[in-house]
Design a protein around this ligand. Sequence first.
Ligand code: SF4
Length: 431
Amino acid sequence: MASPGDVSVGSQKDVSQERQKKMIAEHFHRLSTAHEAGRKCAYTFVPGNLTELLHCFDVLPVLPEINALQSGMRGKSRDYINLAEKLGHSEDVCTYVKCDVGMLRSGNTGPTGERLPNPDLLLLSYTGCFTFMKWFEILAQEYDAPVAMLHVPYQGDGEITDAMRKYVVDQLRKKVIPALEEISGVSYDEDRLKDLLARSARAEDDLVHVLESAKHRPSPIDAYFGGVYYIGPIFTAFRGTQDAVDYYRELRLEIDERVRLGKGPMTPDGELSDEQYRVVVEGPPNWTSFRQFWQMFAEQGAVVVASSYTKVGGLYDTGFRHDPERPLESLAEYCMGCYTNLNLPSRVDLLSRYVQDYEADGFLVHSVKSCNSFSSGQLMIMREVENRTGRPGGFIESDLVDPRYFSASNIKNRLESYFQMIEQKRAGDDA
Ligand code: SF4
């Protein structure tokens, strides 16, 4: 799971968007020249990422999910997936994996057209998705790089216990930190980590402020389609950096200004001035037809006011912040608190709360064929959220980066029927 980075929102760009685009382009350039510059790189995943810890050793993160979704947005994923299937990967395998395999077998050119470096370390943070393990087994066969595994216990009982926290911290101390010291030649410096975590917390405060601005009417943001841009830096290579602090402060000020002026969110076709429907969305977006998918909502005046996807790389709006006073403990809590590491009752609680707190008209599931982490239990979640909130649920399906599974007419029909259902419910409530 991941977020898109440098693909623009609509035709008008805010200053924060320009800043983000530049940050991401610079990161990919740093990656392409990393080995010449003597920098080391770790391949790792978005949920439960240890970005601050990597920065502590001057190690650069490479996130295969980001590369896959970027390939999807740039129309390259079809060929990559075809190639992976020719190599024997089944149609049922997560399409992020096949896209990544196809990309690396096609020369490992990243989204900006520059070559990605080979990994010096495969840092497998196992957070709620078994596919992560199989994915890195494949990468371990492709590359001559050591693997460090961080096993993150699932929140099966809906809470983080002391034993779970200790289990993760012990792995950080005994496995992950020594592996990073080994590849980088840099010694672990806890004060440096604390500084990084303090910057993370500042950026997290501002991100939460931005996401919660959707409680206003009209909402100044779209917390799903727009939201994936907002989570870009913090879910990827920038947590703990001054760049992230500056980006989120700038974004916060821009959104505050939109609230002050009573403006709706930006969409691919400009500003949405007539908010008709407020919905909460569960599940990741489709990337191959991202713009078209978003337009289907915007054309109906539908704004997503909260989404689970923007919590996949960290759940901050329930209060968690990286804590410089408890550096490794708070990294452990962060990993265990990512959305896909929550059990189904916790997900239902969270989503029901979103529907109520953000005064949504309904709850919509976008189920993607690829992703078991998200998709399992979604119908049950939908029924339960409907029961608890009394707001109508809807269900649409496509995929992450396999364009064969995006049927525009089907999705459009379903969305139109869904918004009609909301109208009927309103009429019934008014009667
Ligand atoms: S199955 Fe889902 S969570 Fe797992 S790697 Fe694929 S997209 Fe990510």
